[in-house]
Design a binder for this molecule. Structure first.
Ligand SMILES: [Zn+2]
Length: 412
């Protein structure tokens, strides 16, 4: 690797609640003192002295080019050929919704069709370093699919625990990757509990997006990339559809890191968009509350955002407040409308969860919360090909015609 970096600057794990320091080899990923979630701490002084923008720019255009910030041995990474995801200027849609500069980050252009690959790549690389043989995750969507793909590449066994009510369609991709899937009777939390317990009993490595700190270490490359792609002058607003909050929090950490070593002077304002049928974080933020009230029965077309119990909810609130951000709720109908604009006006096909970021931007513009002269970047996190079933209910059936011009003319 040109100008490569083999050094890992991780020093410890730190509790995000009480600041207690834990050993890096710890894999329970909960603070033994207070039960808080853990974060990977890096030696930013050394990184600052060692890393040069020019070196990074000479490396291959992948998320791994930010090697100094990644707490694994990058020379032994588990990779599926990730690239830097494009920044796309949505010129026609900007005009339609009345804003000067609307950008998309096409994060669905990752190997499994979802931005979750950033987190999985780091988690599975870490699992390999720790010589884990088996991985486990509780999820029925993009996260499970993503972890299964990286597990296949690493040659690791992968168990997926999903609630019994979840449709199997969403995890066919993971099953093709060789993952073993268990449908667990009961609630979403029952799947989580059994995955955690199995990891403790059998020594499996837990790859949950809500708790494993290496998720943030992968997702933070969103922030690094945005800074680089905007020549260290990132847009005023970065809008995230939020389920677990892993993307928004990763982005926040990425921005903080590059600010800390002096590459940017101002961190963009972060926005959290959630559907009305599952908006535990957005509702807390709008009401100025500090505690997250869980949603017991989430209901929305945006399946990726159906996280009624976001363990990192308070951290998202903190990130929004610290960056002068915003949070908004949107109706399913607005999500569908935005997905249709993105497809018909810009030619991009994304899943409903991704369209939520554009629907939210439109709402905030209409309410005067965002200035039309500000630059806004919406995260498009998952491919529409993952939710064809959902969209199939919204499009008209094609007409069947006789193979003649007469029949065609009649139907045009
Ligand atoms: Zn603690």
């Amino acid at each position: 690797m040109t100008g490569g970096c083999r050094q890992n600057y991780a020093v410890s794990l730190r509790c995000l609640n009480c600041d207690a320091v834990h050993d890096l080899r710890e894999t329970t990923y909960f603070c033994s003192k207070c039960g808080g979630l853990l974060d990977v701490m890096l030696d930013y002084e050394s990184i600052k002295n060692r890393v040069k923008i020019a070196d990074i720019l000479r490396r291959p255009k992948t998320m791994w080019r930010y090697a100094e910030f990644l707490p694994i041995d990058v020379s032994r990474k588990v990779s599926l050929g990730e690239t830097l995801t494009p920044i796309y200027k949505a010129k026609k849609l900007s005009e339609k919704i009345g804003i000067k500069n609307l950008f998309f980050k096409l994060d669905y252009m990752f190997p499994t069709g979802s931005f979750k690959d950033r987190g999985s790549a780091l988690m599975v690389s870490r699992a390999s370093e720790l010589r884990a043989a088996t991985l486990a995750i509780d999820s029925s969507g993009n996260a499970a699919t993503s972890v299964a793909a990286y597990a296949a590449k690493a040659g690791l066994e992968c168990y997926i625990f999903t609630p019994s009510y979840a449709s199997l369609g969403k995890i066919i991709q993971a099953m093709m990757n060789g993952a073993s899937v268990f449908r667990v009777k009961g609630t979403r939390k029952d799947s989580y509990d059994i995955a955690r317990e199995a990891c403790q009993k059998f020594g499996w490595y837990y790859c949950g997006f809500q708790t494993n700190p290496y998720v943030t270490e992968g997702m933070k490359t969103i922030g690094h990339e945005i800074c680089e792609q905007f020549n260290n002058d990132p847009p005023e607003w970065v809008v995230h559809p939020v389920g677990t909050g892993s993307g928004l929090l990763g982005c926040r950490k990425g921005f903080s890191e590059v600010a800390q070593i002096g590459w940017i002077s101002k961190i963009p304002r972060l926005v959290c968009i959630q559907p009305e049928g599952c908006a535990p974080i957005a509702k807390a933020y709008k009401k100025g509350r500090n505690e997250i009230r869980y949603v017991r029965k989430p209901k929305t077309i945006a399946e990726g955002l159906m996280i009624g119990y976001p363990l990192k909810g308070k951290l998202v609130l903190k990130a929004l407040r610290e960056t002068g951000g915003l949070s908004e709720t949107i109706k399913d109908q607005q999500i569908v409308e935005a997905a249709s604009w993105i497809a018909k006006i810009e030619g991009l096909f994304v899943e409903p969860s991704s369209a939520a970021s554009v629907a939210g931007t439109k709402k905030m513009l209409d309410e005067g919360l965002i200035d039309k002269n500000d630059r806004v970047l919406c995260m498009l996190t998952g491919s529409g090909l993952k939710t064809v079933e959902t969209y199939s209910k919204m499009v008209k059936k094609p007409k069947t015609i006789a193979p003649s011009m007469k029949a065609l003319r009649k139907n045009i």
